[in-house]
Ligand binder design. Sequence first.
Ligand code: ADP
Ligand code: ADP
Ligand code: MG
Length: 764
Amino acid sequence: VMASMAHLQEEKLRLQEELLGLQEKLTARENDELSRSLQLQSQVETLKAKLLEQAQEISRLRSELGGTDAEKHRDLLVAENERLRQEMKACEGELRELRRQQQVPCQGCAHLQENAELQERMSQLQREAEEMRAKLAELELEVQQKTNRLAEVELRLKDSLAERAEEEERLSRRLRDSQETIASLKSQPQQIKYIIKTVEVESAKAKQALCESQSRNQYLQEQVGMQRQVLKEMEQQLQSSQKTAAQLRAQIVMYEAELERAHGQMLEEMQAMEEEKNRAIEEAFSRAQVEMKAVHENLAGVRTNLLTLQPALRTLTHDYNSLKRQVRDFPLLLQETLRNARAEIGQAIEEVHSTNRELLRKYRRELQLRKKCHNELVRLKGNIRVFGRVRPITKEDGEGLEAANAVTFDADDDAVLHLLHKGKQVSFELDKVFPPQASQEEVFQEVQALVTSCIDGYNVCIFAYGQTGAGKTYTMEGTAANPGINQRALQLLFSEVRSKAADWDYTISVSAAEIYNESLRDLLGKEPQEKLEIKLCPDGSGQLYVPGLTEFRVQSVEDINKVFEFGHVNRATECTNLNEHSSRSHALLIITVRGLDHSTGLRTTGKLNLVDLAGSERVGRSGAEGSRLREAQHINKSLSALGDVIYALRSRQGHVPFRNSKLTYLLQDSLSGDSKTLMMVQVSPAEKNTSETLCSLKFAERVRSVELGPVSRKAELATWPSQEHLEGDSPGTAAPPGRGHTSSSPGQLSGRAASIRRKLQTSG
Ligand code: ADP
Ligand code: ADP
Ligand code: MG
């Protein structure tokens, strides 16, 4: 029992020690957080020391006092133990309080850490509780064992009691037997005496054995008492042990409850924290998502930008590098290049200069060549051309037979015209024939090449020839609504000059003059009556000029109209009957075109003479008198002179009689050389005018058919037939003098001309 008590004591001590260890651990854990825990620890330490002391005291007392004192001491120790336990509980309560206090300021991001700590602590506590439980189980097992042992001891005690009772019974039975035997023996004297004697001997022995058994019984009874005491003690001990176990269990339960509470609290906290955390996380997550979205969008944009930019960047970088290299090498290269370039440029300039000179030289030569070729072309076409124009029948022609149409045309050949004269049809071939329906425009189209050649520096003469009323003025001047060659020519010149303005400077000036009775008058001058003289240029160029002839510079159609109006006014003021007068005088419009080529410095001067001749009708020899006759003679003379000059020019005679009339003299430089002449022969288709028409056409054909060549040149040395000679000439028979050997028929004449031309061409 002592041993078991010691063992129990030891067990208690161990438990206490363990408890202390736990406390120590706890305090150690809280050490750095709590200052008071240190104090408690020290208190616990002192308590432990006291406990140890008490334990020592217990052992000492146990050895000194034995059973009952030990019991007392044990009770004391139990009380002490209880006190200590209470103290410990208080300490623990304090500790918990402190812990709770510490747990209270739980906030913010410390939660998680604290949570972890709490969890750790909880798990530790749980572990401890588990340990405690295990220990409790152990203790219970031990208690069970002890109870078992106690039951054994009781059993044994019962056995020994039963044994003793048996022995007593046996002894008492033996005693009874013995006494019976003694009695029997007493009854059986001798034998009995003997037997008594033996029994007496034996009785002493039995008495001794009885004594012995009685002492033994005494001893056993003592032992039983002792055992009972031990049992009682043990029961008490068991009771205290059980109490302790219950206490421990309660403590454990309390611990567990506390643990549960702490756990719940912690769980709550954890949940709150979790919620908070979740909320915070959710918030942060949503915010992050929004930001992320924006960032993603940005990123996408940036990525696309990046994608598009990357190749550009690459090329840029490449370019940059190459540029850098170039920049590095640039100054040297530049200098080198500049040097080279300077040299090259110098050389090139020199080359260009020489090329330019060469080109200019070639250009000049080509220009001359072109001019020559053009001349050749025009010469091939003929420098002198003769056109015929038939005016329509007008009201003035009257009615009836007299106004009948006597002129017909060839549908296939626009150069042929047939005239019905006195029942006979006479055919004429000219360069071109304009029928009555031909418009001013059409007529001008045939003339315009001639007009433009005047820009190239050629002199041109356009004559309108024919009897009065045949349409000369209509062709040259036209009407306001339908202008003639004069105005159209000037308009054409203006447009041509404008189109060449890039290379050439042109000035166009106009003069207007009239030749009446062999005297020249300026139609644009201030003194229209004044007679002008024609003089040779003093510079020896052989050029003619008219001193005092007014020249107006014109630049537009308005200028031309003004000039014409002015001329008309001048012409009208000095005569009573303009129509009458105009048919008796030659009207000249002289257009001068002067050009200057910027690039070559070449100068050109072209003159365009537009002449509205006097009426070519013959005046009856007997019918004309006085001034009328003089006029007729002058007209005849000048027209004859014109014919002579043209003939002489076409037949390339050495002498051209320009001086025979004022008209030819004035137009000398525009008739000779490379000049071009157009004779527009105007005819009336009316029956009554057929004889005059015939005369005009004959004049035209003669002008045209003058053939050049050795035969005709020699043969045609004679002068041109005068107007008088033409008078009375009948068609088919009239032939100019010196031409008798040739056929008088115009058709045959032109046929012969063609044959001569062919011959000339083949002979080279
Ligand atoms: P060359 O002057 O070289 O002898 P011609 O004077 O014979 O040349 O003229 C060359 C060609 O031009 C000839 O076929 C000639 O018939 C023709 N010709 C020249 N003048 C005229 C003219 N006024 N009308 C028609 N044909 C003409
Ligand atoms: P000339 O000047 O030869 O004397 P004009 O030019 O004065 O002849 O013409 C006489 C008349 O005939 C004028 O009234 C004129 O309008 C008219 N005339 C002449 N030619 C034509 C023509 N081709 N078309 C229409 N009328 C014309
Ligand atoms: Mg007229």
